[in-house]
Ligand binder design. Structure first.
Ligand code: ADP
Ligand code: TZD
Ligand code: MG
Length: 570
């Protein structure tokens, strides 16, 4: 007979993973269960971690990624092996591309069989498959290493430039047992996961020297600036210097879009004219024309505030790099400006003002027309007006025209409320981002979805209804990708490659799960539906019928869309 004193209490991989997550304040998992992680999800739930179950891992991963962006804590996605893992990988790669902190945890099959490629159930060398698309990828092979493995994953996700981290947990690890006391001692609580990085004084002085020479300065705010949650310091930098600013898409609302110094409605003018540009948490990638002429002045000189040293000089020479976390860098600039103040020349501000006025007048003509059926201008103007006094609402946005018009027309009034297709221009983030934002904030979300974009994650309507989330989805149905009036050039009976179903009734989909469906063909009906849906705070889908002849191919990205220059004769 043995008594309890001689038999050490046991723990196992399942328990250690849950303990390690809890020790590091990971309070939510987003996932899809199956072999070998079903019991992990069950145990996490039993131990007080919230488990949100999805219909597809890509959406679970997108929810985790946006949770990471909004909270500065890695969002954690849990998947099964091989195909579940690969479904989650799209979200992990997207998180890395967008600099969002996320951890994808996938169960994996028997290492011995996987490595000899002997054909296990869901066999895949997941860790190596993840590496090219992740900021880091780790596998834990021994239960006593779970604590350190999770600590490494958290630190890799949030320190420096945030990104997606893959953590591989083989089935054998999960079931492996360990003396509970040894297990408890092996856990690691991460201390200072994203340490501050203070910029060098010389780098600050160099930036201020360059700024002092500026006649036409401009600040560009990127989603890194929004992520950093140093809103007051950034506002002070902008307001004290009087420098006009351009928000990148997801930085809209960091300062109110109606702020007098916003140059968003004079974007082309300020980019072409600015002589000194301060980039704050924004990369000079395709979204900014790589910093090159003709969009930019060929003589422009740049100050770049970023946490990642290798971002500097990636596209355009940077005269004054300022490497540090944005809190520290902005504070350092403000301290320097107290000694050497800078004021934006008045002629530059008034020239911008003039361009803004002119552009706003031209835009008003489109916004005020009220065609039936609706076009993107009238539909988005309706959304803008309904949201004008509701700054707390999150706006998720994807599509092509639906994205471009939504971004340009809908003003944002609070930081980190606009969540969109981002650096990749990826379709499929819609429902995942909407669910993630609703879960972490408890606040209402409106998802503005092209009819094509919506299809990539539409089945998550069931998830939204199952958790009764305050999410209102608007499907802008113009009958296809970019527009709905394409014709099959062969004359055959199949529709054109860009065409989807104009006669669909997307609002009926949500009714299948008990949500509220609305159908609108004019702006008055649309406005009523939107107000009713938001007031109810329950899952709703509004089908917004848009003229299939409105919308342009590739939205605002025509220049990136190659078209055949060769005329072929049959
Ligand atoms: P946008 O698409 O809005 O222009 P990007 O995603 O291209 O923005 O750029 C974000 C930049 O912000 C990245 O280069 C990233 O390294 C940087 N960044 C992210 N978080 C921080 C932070 N806390 N401090 C400083 N830089 C940051
Ligand atoms: N697949 C993925 C994952 N991402 C993509 N960006 C695309 C395909 C290509 N694509 C775009 O770039 S926009 C878009 C696709 C398919 C959909 C545009 O149609 P929509 O929006 O109905 O969502 P509009 O309003 O009709 O332009
Ligand atoms: Mg469409």
């Amino acid at each position: 007979m043995t008594n309890e004193a001689d038999t050490p209490a046991l723990t196992d991989g399942f328990h250690l993973v849950v303990d390690a997550l809890k020790l590091n304040q990971i309070d939510t998992l987003y996932g899809v269960v199956g072999i070998p992680i079903t019991d992990l999800a069950r145990l996490a739930q039993a131990q007080g971690i919230r488990y949100i179950g999805f219909r597809h891992e890509q959406s679970a991963g997108n929810a985790a990624a946006i949770a990471g962006y909004l909270t500065q804590k890695p969002g954690v996605c849990l998947t099964v092996s091989a195909p579940g893992f690969l479904n989650g990988m799209v979200a992990l790669a997207n998180a890395t591309t967008n600099c969002f902190p996320m951890i994808l945890i996938s169960g994996s099959s028997d290492r011995a069989i996987v490595d000899l490629q002997q054909g296990d159930y869901e066999e895949l060398d997941q860790m190596n498959a993840a590496k090219p698309y992740a900021k880091a990828a780790f596998r834990v092979n021994r239960p006593e290493d779970i604590g350190i493995g999770i600590a490494r994953a958290i630190r890799a996700a949030v320190s420096g430039r945030p990104g997606g981290v893959y953590l591989d947990l083989p089935a054998d690890l999960l079931r492996a047992t360990l003396d509970a006391r040894v297990g408890a001692r092996s856990l690691v609580q991460v201390v200072d996961a994203a340490p501050r990085q203070i910029p060098a004084p010389q780098a600050v002085a160099r930036a201020l020297d360059l700024l002092a020479q500026a006649k036409r300065p401009l600040i560009i705010l990127g989603k890194g600036a929004a992520y950093a949650q140093v809103d007051d310091a950034i506002r002070e930098l902008v307001e004290r210097t009087g420098i006009p600013f351009l928000p990148m898409s997801m930085a809209k609302g960091l300062l109110d879009d109606n702020h007098p110094q916003s140059a968003a409605t004079a974007r082309s003018y300020v980019l072409a004219q600015a002589d000194v540009v301060i980039l704050i948490g924004a990369r000079l990638n395709w979204l900014l024309g790589h910093g090159k002429a003709p969009q930019w002045s060929p003589d422009v000189r740049l100050i770049q505030l970023d946490v990642s040293p290798t971002e500097i000089d990636s596209n355009h020479a940077i005269a004054a790099p300022l490497i540090g976390d944005l809190g520290s860098s902005t504070e350092a600039l403000l301290a320097g400006l107290s000694v050497r103040p800078f004021q934006t020349p008045a002629d530059w501000s008034s020239a911008i003002h003039e361009h803004k006025r002119h552009n706003a007048e031209r835009m008003a003509v489109h916004l005020d027309a009220n065609p039936e059926p609706m076009d993107f201008y009238s539909a988005m103007r309706t959304v803008r007006d309904v949201l004008a006094d509701k700054p707390e609402i999150y706006v998720v946005n994807e599509g092509a025209n639906t994205l471009d018009f939504g971004r340009n027309i809908i003003d944002m009034h609070a930081p980190r409320k606009r969540l969109d297709a981002g650096t990749w221009g990826v379709m499929g983030i819609g429902m995942g981002y909407a669910i993630g934002a609703a879960i972490v904030s408890g606040k209402p979300v409106i998802a503005l979805e092209g009819d094509s974009a919506f299809g990539f994650s539409g089945m998550e309507l069931e998830t939204i209804c199952r958790y009764q989330l305050p999410v209102t989805i608007v499907v802008f149905n113009n009958g296809g990708i970019y527009r709905g009036d394409g014709v099959n050039p062969s004359g055959g009976s199949d529709v054109a490659p860009t065409v989807l179903m104009q006669s669909a009734h997307y609002e009926m989909l949500i009714e299948a799960f008990g949500g509220a469906g609305y159908y609108a063909t004019d702006t008055q009906t649309f406005e009523r539906a939107l107000k009713a849906a938001l007031a109810a705070g329950k899952p709703a889908l509004i089908h917004c019928a848009i003229d299939p002849r409105t919308g342009t191919e590739s939205g605002h990205l025509k220049n990136l869309n190659p078209q055949s220059a060769v005329t072929q004769h049959a």
